[in-house]
Write a protein that binds this ligand. Sequence first.
Ligand code: 13P
Ligand code: SF4
Length: 309
Amino acid sequence: MLAAISVAEEILELKQRRKAILLAHHYQDSEIQDLADVIGDSLELARKAREFAGEVIAFCGVWFMAETAKVVNPDRVVVVPDRDAGCSLVDGCPVEPVRAFRREHPDHVVVSYINTSIEVKAESDILCTSRNAVKVVNSIPAERPVLFLPDRNLANYVKRQTGRENMTIWQGACIVHATFPARRVLEAKLEHPKAKVVAHPECPESVLALADFVGSTSAIIEWCAASDAAEFIVMTESGVNHSLTRLAPGKQFYYVANENCNCSECPYMKLNTLEKLRDCLLTLEPRVELPEDLMRRARLPLERMLALN
Ligand code: 13P
Ligand code: SF4
């Protein structure tokens, strides 16, 4: 009798058959990250998607990341396990008010965080991610006013780092990071007095003020792995634990619950499952399909960002 094959084995077999690459964000479940060809932050995954020469990109992350992959590599089929894997930052930044702002403030340079819809990207002058936001804003001539959207915490962090005054800030927020209370970080520090605090810049200023290091998901992982410290309070989504424990074995990582779910998980990221990943490789749905003109307009600010690094 033939032994039943596991979902993971089915995925690996389908991946070969489809000439697919599995790209996974750090916030995916461990079982997905275990199968991925590349695990990364949003910038690294966009770069990997751009250079992929196979046929199918199975993007295990959220929808805006998969749209980005399609824009940089439009000849590939891009699929996502769950179409509802969205993002509160995308939801908080509809395109119409952005267009209205542009009409009323034609002198402003629109800097959009990559956590935006394809329509908003198409209205932007340059994109950024949490890894390169300071660099992107510093690349804009000092006399040009900037609209930074949509994450207010990242924007304020960039403002503090660059000392830039002429920056208008959109009032969007991430439901995971913006609801981490500083009070709970202080409690964690009391419990683990030797631990270093590392934080994603989507956290509130009061949390970032307590951090020894602020950076993107991959930058946090790299910093903890290179640090002499043995304990860390990690102020981002707990999916990073997968790479942290692999790249920094023997070190201790503590996670703080936010006030949204009393956890540190992104509900959108966690919609993707192994079964849905298998199914999307099988059916090639849900698939990212975007109008050519929209992709062309979104590509320009995206390529400007990629050229900066
Ligand atoms: P990174 O670019 O740091 O991976 O962040 C993406 C994200 O959605 C953070 O919440
Ligand atoms: Fe969006 Fe926040 Fe989830 Fe990142 S963690 S995908 S910013 S909702």
